[in-house]
Structures are given as C-alpha cells and as structure tokens.
Design a protein around this ligand. Structure first.
Ligand SMILES: C[S@@+](CC[C@H](N)C(=O)[O-])C[C@H]1O[C@@H](n2cnc3c(N)ncnc32)[C@H](O)[C@@H]1O
Length: 265
C-alpha cells in the first residue's frame, strides 16, 4: 500500500508524509535550516523542488532514502571532539562521581558513529580502571549505529586524540583503525529518537553534544526536561561547546562550568 495517496504539493505536506515514512518529525527541527538542507538535497539530485516526485523516489529507493536521512541528521563527529572539555570530564567530573558510586551509568545521546562513546570508554579504561561502568550509545540513524558497532574508523577521525590512546585502544587494519574488544565490552548501541522515544532513568552522566542545534526551542525545552528526569541526583549533563541551557534552574540543572550541568537533589 502506498504511504501517501494525495499528491505532495508543498514543504508542509512533504514533512507530514516523511514523518509517516520515517518516524522523524521535521517540524521539531528549525524550519529555515531544515528546509534549506532538504531543498539543496532535492535539487542536487535533479528533482528541482518537486516534493512529490522526490518522495516517490525515496519511497522506492533505499539507497537514496539512506543518503537523504544521513543528509538530514548531520552526523559529523570525531574522537575527543573539544579535547579540553574531555579533560574537564576526566579530571573533575568523573572523579566527583566516583566519590559516591561503585558503578557509573553513562549515556551518549545522539552518538553518531560511536566516536564519543569510545572516547568516554578510553578515558574510563585509561584513568579509572577499577571503576565499573556501562555506556549506552543511541542515535536515530541506523547506518551510523552499524559503523559504531563495527568500530572501524578513518585516520582523520583521530585528529584530536592523544597518540597513546590511539596506540593502546585501537588496532591498525590496513589504512584504518579498529577499536579493540577491551574497549567495547561495557557498551550497548541502540536506535533511539530523542524527540519521541522513552528515556531510561538513573544516568550519572548524559553527553548530548552537537545534536540539538537544529531542534526548535520548544523541542529543546522538552528534551532538557527529560534529560533532567533521567539523571540521578548529582548526575551531569554534558552539552556541546556552543550549547547553553536557558531556564536551567527550573530543570533542577545547575551550571558547574562551561557545558556541564549538574542535577540538584
Ligand atoms: C553532529 S552528530 C553529533 C555526534 C556527537 N554527539 C558529537 O558531538 O560529536 C549529531 C547526531 O545526532 C543524531 N540525531 C539527530 N536527530 C536526532 C534525534 N531526533 N534523535 C536521536 N539522534 C538524533 C544524528 O543522527 C547525528 O548522528
């Protein structure tokens, strides 16, 4: 059965049809930026802003659908992105968490192909070898999650990675690098939509970085509220290096240094 019976005449109708097809509600992303990205993709693929023809094309062509989804979700990332903030995490945040806990529960929300997850795992392995932990890595894009599970990366992904971390926790395979099994053992990757799916509870640290930049202000408000609920008292939210949370007092989240927010009891 066709997912759409009526001809798609405009952007709004395309957004509705795409939500039925993919589960991704583009209305929760900033319209100007999203529209521009979508129109660029459609035009570059020869559809000249003909939403109807483009929708029929992605419905019948998995490769084009995947390329479009990837274009929308923007999954650029790297290991130790904003290295100085990972240093703060290593020297201040994790030691603070370890004072009261034997087991730490982490979540990388919008983890792309896993670089952020393995960055955190390498810090735990290198500096906190006696602390038990789990890391949940989630993303809406199943293609990046596939790469995350394989754990194979290009050299350019490691531009900010300390050399000793690369040598200890990755194997060189031809001209790429593969995560060693020792780093994978406490990690689970799962598909998850931050705008619609249920959140697990009891996290000590949630890293949600460079994910919300295209979300509307309303969508961000709801998201930060849900993150606050998902954290254990004393747990931390780690945001991207351009992302500030407004109205954070209402959320029981207190800023404790740039881009780290702590849940108040
Ligand atoms: C730019 S990457 C950020 C990766 C990593 N956190 C970092 O800072 O380098 C943004 C990721 O957010 C994911 N994303 C976008 N919308 C999402 C949603 N509604 N739910 C879950 N993930 C989403 C994208 O698929 C993409 O992999």
């Amino acid at each position: 059965m066709s997912l759409i019976l009526q001809k798609i005449e405009n952007y709004d109708q395309f957004v509705q049809a795409f939500k039925r097809l993919s589960g991704l509600d583009l209305k929760l992303y900033k319209e100007n930026q999203m529209k521009r990205r979508i129109n660029n993709f459609i035009n570059n693929h020869g559809f000249k802003e003909n939403y109807d023809q483009f929708f029929q094309a992605i419905t019948g062509n998995k490769e084009l659908y995947n390329a479009f989804f990837k274009h929308l979700t923007i999954n650029v990332t790297q290991f130790y992105r904003d290295e100085r903030l990972w240093k703060v995490l290593q020297t201040k945040i994790i030691p603070e968490l370890c004072k009261n806990k034997q087991f730490l529960k982490f979540w990388s929300a919008g983890c792309s192909a896993g670089q952020e997850v393995y960055t955190l795992a390498s810090i735990m392995a290198e500096y906190f070898p006696d602390i038990k932990y789990s890391i949940l890595g989630t993303d809406i894009d199943v293609n990046v999650l596939k790469q995350a599970k394989e754990g194979i990366y290009e050299e350019r992904d490691f531009a900010s990675t300390p050399g000793y971390i690369l040598n200890r926790y990755f194997n060189r395979v031809e001209n790429k690098y593969q995560v060693k099994e020792i780093l994978k053992k406490n990690i689970t990757f799962q598909k998850h939509n931050l705008l619609t799916d249920r959140f697990e509870q009891g996290f000590d640290l949630i890293a949600c970085r460079n994910v919300v930049i295209y979300f509307t202000e309303e969508a961000k408000d709801i998201l930060y509220r849900k993150f606050a609920d998902s954290l254990s008292p004393g747990g931390y939210l780690f945001t991207g290096s351009t992302e500030h949370i407004f109205g954070k007092n209402n959320l029981k989240l207190k800023s404790v240094g740039s881009f780290f927010y702590q849940k108040q009891p």
